[in-house]
Design a protein around this ligand. Structure first.
Ligand SMILES: [Zn+2]
Length: 574
């Protein structure tokens, strides 16, 4: 069993990274909850600090950050004026690093490679051929990465290091883009060699400056994971591996990441998304205490010595767990990483106290009852969310938003984010047999029933919270009602729509009715749902109206109508 010594929080929202008040709020939490690393996740964040001067005509060997700047200040003025602002952003960042250090916290950047400014193409014209930039050109690992990071550590000497995704299509340029470049080298490229070259190119300046290089696994299939493991294990052992708790992405229904424990003696850290890109962003609450505890335990049994709690997501602006009830998950991960036997109610109490949510004049007995109530209510959320945002464990949402069409779910939940890739028993999870459909419908009905009861309970009585905290809780549970109702309908539409397309629409498949009847009924229900949703206070308020966007409901309903129309025209069913 390992101890969690690297205790990190990831801040993803690029507007918040550059907001000192927000940073102080985070640091305050970290001091009180014994965390020691703050990670700023913004692709290209290093480009807001480095020039890099070498590629604007510099010597490649500056002694300091200002030396680098003076080598190219004219070139910046003529070719890359935005880089002029880097000096000021560097001052801000060094200030943040200093304040954090006083709070016992190291600052890290999290980025994606390859990332670069356009003037690189002026420096190295051969990179671009036929309008495509070549990712396999040795320039990237021989010149670009070693110099860029050398300059970064001159600029920010007390930065802890970098958490980096290499090879993801989310970077500006990656191995996954080689299909776009038709050059001889790209066509014969061994991906393992490419990863190795890129990581080793970064490693040199990190090693020299004494910084931590943390590489993320960004992997979609088992085969890719095997290739990555082979490449990674051949590298210097002080390179850290950062693993999502689950393979592919942060899906609580997925098994543990099989790469964990496979890369000794490299240090490993595990990432956990506490706000829930895939379980409702905290707009609908989802307390993950049991899952967090179990995942951390699994990690420590597999030589994991650090955790990285992701508090937001780049796809949702100005919204983090600090704005909602999923904040309890952040308290939980900090607490469990320190002591896996801490009682749940202690975590809830720490959260309620830490966020000033408790009424001040509660008698001791009232306080005890309040914490027990809140714990019961919050613990009941994930079992509902699991039956709402997932269908038989498969991801049934578009980053927690409703799908636009049923086909989109088949692609995202069935293929692109395939559960069966990692759990072969789930290969029939989306088979549209009447039995499977009835089981899916039962899950959705159960989620709705439990959610209505839970939201009624919250609305019924303030259990001892301040008025503000109680109002926030009530509101999120009211939203959850709408959320669960809506996802129940889209799941029903998915099953019936697919059934009439793939089998006989006249089959009686559930609730004593035919697939055709059920599909038409669902279309009507979705229209009524949308009408009612529009009248709620949630529409017009972010991020509620992004997550339950009525435009998405309309789109989905229209897709079901298209399926019903095809059923009539092609199969003669009315
Ligand atoms: Zn190429």
């Amino acid at each position: 069993m390992e101890k969690y010594t690297f205790r990190a929080m990831e801040l993803h929202d690029s507007t918040q990274i550059w907001n000192l008040d927000e940073i102080r709020k985070r640091l305050d939490f970290m001091v009180k909850n014994h965390m020691n690393a703050l990670v700023f996740h913004e692709p290209g964040i290093e480009d807001k600090i480095v020039f890099p001067a070498k590629f604007l005509g510099g010597s490649g060997e500056p002694d300091s950050y200002y030396d680098a700047f003076l080598e190219v200040d004219h070139a910046i003025l003529y070719h890359a004026l935005r880089e002029n602002l880097n000096l000021n952003r560097r001052d801000y960042m060094n200030h943040v690093i200093r304040e954090a250090k006083e709070a016992g916290v190291q600052i890290f950047f999290e980025n994606k490679e390859l990332w670069f400014s356009d003037f690189i193409l002026k420096y190295k014209k051969e990179l671009m051929q036929d309008g495509v930039i070549c990712p396999s050109d040795p320039f990237w690992y021989e010149e670009f990465l070693p110099y860029k990071y050398k300059e970064l550590f001159l600029a920010l000497p007390d930065l802890g290091g970098i958490v980096c995704s290499i090879g993801t299509g989310e970077a500006r340029l990656a191995i996954s883009n080689t299909f776009a470049c038709g050059c001889e080298r790209c066509r014969h490229l061994d991906p393992v060699e490419w990863y190795k070259n890129m990581i080793m190119a970064m490693y040199k300046p990190f090693h020299e400056a004494g910084k931590k290089l943390i590489i993320r696994d960004f992997i979609y299939t088992k085969e890719e994971q095997e290739r990555f493991k082979t490449a990674f294990n051949a590298m210097p052992e002080d390179i850290v591996l950062s693993l999502k708790n689950t393979p592919h992405d942060f899906y609580p229904t997925f098994p543990d990441n099989p790469l964990m424990g496979q890369v000794d003696p490299h240090p490993q850290i595990t990432e956990y998304d506490v706000n829930g890109q895939f379980f409702g962003w905290g707009a609908q609450p989802s307390a993950m205490l049991k899952d967090i505890r179990r995942r951390l335990k699994y990690g420590s049994e597999h030589h994991v010595t650090g955790f990285l709690a992701r508090t937001d997501w780049e796809g949702v602006q100005d919204w983090t767990c600090f704005d909602n009830l999923n904040m309890v998950n952040l308290y939980a991960i900090a607490a469990y990483a320190e002591n896996e036997n801490v009682r749940e109610e202690e975590i809830y109490l720490k959260w309620l106290q830490g966020e000033h949510m408790l009424q001040e004049d509660l008698l001791p007995g009232e306080l005890k009852r309040c914490v027990e109530d809140v714990a019961e209510i919050m613990n009941a959320t994930w079992p509902i969310v699991e039956k709402t945002n997932f269908v038989n464990g498969c991801l049934f949402s578009n980053d927690s938003c409703m799908h636009l069409t049923p086909e989109q779910f088949t692609f995202i939940g069935g293929t692109h984010h395939s559960l069966s890739e990692w759990d072969p028993e789930k290969k029939d999870a989306l088979a549209m047999t009447p039995e499977n459909i009835r089981s899916i419908l039962a899950d959705k009905d159960e989620a709705r029933l439990r959610c209505e009861e839970l939201a009624d309970r919250v609305a019924g009585r303030n259990m001892g919270l301040t008025e503000k905290a109680y109002e926030q809780m009530r509101e999120h549970f009211e939203f959850m009602r709408w959320y669960v109702r809506g996802f129940r309908l889209t799941a029903r539409g998915y099953c019936f729509g697919r059934y009439v397309t793939e089998a006989d629409p006249q089959d009686v498949i559930a609730e004593g009715r035919t697939a055709a009847q059920l599909l038409n009924e669902t279309i009507r229900e979705m229209e009524e749902y949308r009408e009612a949703l529009i009248k709620t206070d949630f529409i017009g308020r972010y991020p509620f109206d992004a997550q339950l966007n009525p435009e998405r409901v309309l789109f989905y309903t229209n897709a079901l109508k298209r399926m019903a129309r095809e059923m009539c025209e092609e199969r003669g069913v009315i």
